[in-house]
Write a protein that binds this ligand. Sequence first.
Ligand SMILES: *[C@@H]1O[C@H](CO)[C@@H](O)[C@H](O)[C@H]1NC(C)=O
Ligand SMILES: *[C@@H]1O[C@H](CO)[C@@H](O)[C@H](O)[C@H]1NC(C)=O
Ligand SMILES: *[C@@H]1O[C@H](CO)[C@@H](O)[C@H](O)[C@H]1NC(C)=O
Ligand SMILES: *[C@@H]1O[C@H](CO)[C@@H](O)[C@H](O)[C@H]1NC(C)=O
Length: 336
Amino acid sequence: MLTTLLFLPLFSGIYVSGAAVDFRASTIERRQALTLRAQQRNLGSFDLTPILPPASVTSWRAVNAPESCTTYAGQQDGSECRTDLTAVSIQFEDCGDEFVVCRCADAEMSMNDVFERLGRVPIGLRRYGGVVMVAAQAGSDTAHAYTWTSGEHTGDIHFFGDCGMETWVHEFMHAFDSAPDRPRPQSNGSRWQNALATDTCVPDSYSLTNAVEAYAQLGLLIIYQVVYGILPPGFTADCMSNQLAYMTSLPLFNGSTLFGNNCDIQDGPPARHTRPPNILDPSRTFQTQRPSSTEGGPAVMATSRRSGANSTVTVELNSSLLICMFALFSGIWLFS
Ligand SMILES: *[C@@H]1O[C@H](CO)[C@@H](O)[C@H](O)[C@H]1NC(C)=O
Ligand SMILES: *[C@@H]1O[C@H](CO)[C@@H](O)[C@H](O)[C@H]1NC(C)=O
Ligand SMILES: *[C@@H]1O[C@H](CO)[C@@H](O)[C@H](O)[C@H]1NC(C)=O
Ligand SMILES: *[C@@H]1O[C@H](CO)[C@@H](O)[C@H](O)[C@H]1NC(C)=O
């Protein structure tokens, strides 16, 4: 089995413990760092949260934790969860297929946090995610996350600590990058590699980690651009025009479907959640926003929506969403 782990450590500091030790590595291939210029230290000049309206949860039920979670729980060395693990299957208003979440009892993110943050990942991207597992930050210095992107191609995402929307979207970009029909991440393909080879910069320091991380980070900028029509403050297109041309050509970033009300989208690589919801909410339509609306003020919604009065759970929309900052450390570990 060949498995790739993509780590996104948050906040500064060296990531020295945690999930990396969970897996017995016999072969380790660290993907090549990029030698381009980073436009910014991090992506702190913008906040995606206000432009990611949460889809409401229409139902959820407790389920037995799948093996893809229980494997990482228990008292063994490298376990990600030493307390109780619970699992739920959630249905959002925009997708008939359920999303499975496993939560460790001592995780910093509550199940309500998870419902809200998962629901904020735009449906066009969320449909690619596998099982979500949330656990405690534990001994690690930083909140962090990783996504399974090869091997069994699950797109499963494991979060540790209180991860903000940038982290959630970043990890779902990895899940998209490793869509089920791809033997290798799309970011390992020649189009993306050529784009990097012909450009002179990447968005931020974390993007320099390797081509896969650069791909996920640029996805965050593109989502901003889909909504506002321009790149986030402080970023210019000229030195990364080939990466932008590649990324904006992906059907994923069609605003109508990315921020639509339906995971049944017939474009791009096959997704992991594709059954349309029973009731399509026609009021959830995508509208671009005026760039000036990014400056202060209340949350801007990328789609208009009704109140979701008959949701069976209350999701606290105001729970604190930490804007986690990306640290310059990561890599891809390949295990055979
Ligand atoms: C990336 O592609 C190269 C060949 O172009 C291949 O040797 C390598 O294993 C691939 N890496 C991953 C992670 O798929
Ligand atoms: C975006 O998606 C909508 C809805 O499927 C479609 O009508 C439209 O043509 C798409 N736009 C582009 C540029 O592909
Ligand atoms: C939710 O509301 C819609 C329309 O208001 C209704 O058609 C639907 O049956 C309701 N669902 C539940 C579970 O109450
Ligand atoms: C969110 O917070 C604002 C200001 O603190 C408050 O006015 C609003 O009612 C809150 N919304 C929810 C859903 O709690």
